[in-house]
Design a protein around this ligand. Structure first.
Ligand SMILES: Nc1ncnc2c1ncn2[C@@H]1O[C@H](COP(=O)(O)OP(=O)(O)O)[C@@H](O)[C@H]1O
Ligand SMILES: [Mg+2]
Length: 234
């Protein structure tokens, strides 16, 4: 069963069309990677899927519901959550407050403490930083908080836009490990934009490659392990 599928998706800004006719699907419990150079259109794809920008054409389905052009807040309530490139935490608020805000759409407020506890289990450092202001933490801790906020709604589909960007190698490993843990523990379907091929291979079972706004590869990541193959795509 496909949890998320985008079909013939085109999107851009103003007069400029950035992505053209992209198909991407994430099956239940699958991690799909999105690879491509800077400026290829990866973030634009993620934004069009999650409703941050409205697609020019094409369709986005969340399981069997057509969510094309729906607002991000509506998608969050339906179980599609994005962790945007560059975190998107509230930098002037505490870790605790950020997590509470991550769970803002959760109707049954009584479940929030146990969800926060779940995030602290996944990222113990956030428990220690519970009362610290988000913006004063390291980049890696802020990324963990951003992922933690996304988990507060127990999403069916998580879209991660370059979670390892700008992090020290040891923290990249931690974040990638947490992505695998989330997938294994909650069965969350994940679409992960990740420029680093090695991390993408280690975490995603399938990947698409985007070049200049078009999809140039879609298949098992094992096929990308051969670098020469990847080079022919760019
Ligand atoms: N808000 C925006 N307004 C206008 N152009 C944008 C905007 N965001 C991105 N772009 C342009 O869209 C193209 C693709 O950007 P992006 O989707 O961010 O690529 P990637 O995430 O693969 O690095 C780039 O040429 C970029 O300059
Ligand atoms: Mg980007």
């Amino acid at each position: 069963m496909m949890m998320l599928s985008a079909t013939s998706l085109s999107a851009g800004y103003g007069k400029k069309t950035v992505i053209r006719g992209i198909d991407v699907a994430v099956a239940q419990g699958e991690i799909v990677g999105v690879l491509g150079h800077n400026g290829a259109g990866k973030t634009t794809l993620a934004r069009a899927i999650c409703g941050i920008i409205t697609p020019r054409s094409g369709r986005v389905m969340l399981q069997d519901t057509d969510i094309t052009g729906r607002k991000p807040s509506s998608n969050v309530a339906q179980g599609l959550v994005i962790v945007p490139q560059g975190h998107g935490i509230f930098t002037t608020l505490t870790v605790q407050k950020n997590l509470e805000l991550g769970g803002l759409v959760v109707k049954d407020r009584s479940v929030l403490p146990e969800r926060i506890e779940g995030v602290f289990k996944l990222f113990p450092i956030l428990r220690e930083r519970q009362h610290q202001i988000g913006g004063t933490m390291s980049g890696g801790e802020q990324q963990m908080l951003a992922i933690g906020m996304a988990l507060m709604t127990q999403p069916r589909v998580l879209v991660l836009d370059e979670p390892s960007l700008g992090l020290a190698p040891v923290l990249v490993e931690r974040v990638m490990e947490s992505v695998r843990t989330i997938n294994a523990t909650y069965g969350t379907s994940i679409l992960m934009i990740e420029q680093n091929l090695r991390h993408c291979l280690a975490t995603a079972s399938r990947a698409i490659v985007i070049n200049r706004g078009e999809k140039v590869f879609d298949g098992p990541t094992t096929e990308l392990a051969d670098k020469t193959k990847l080079l022919t795509l760019f």
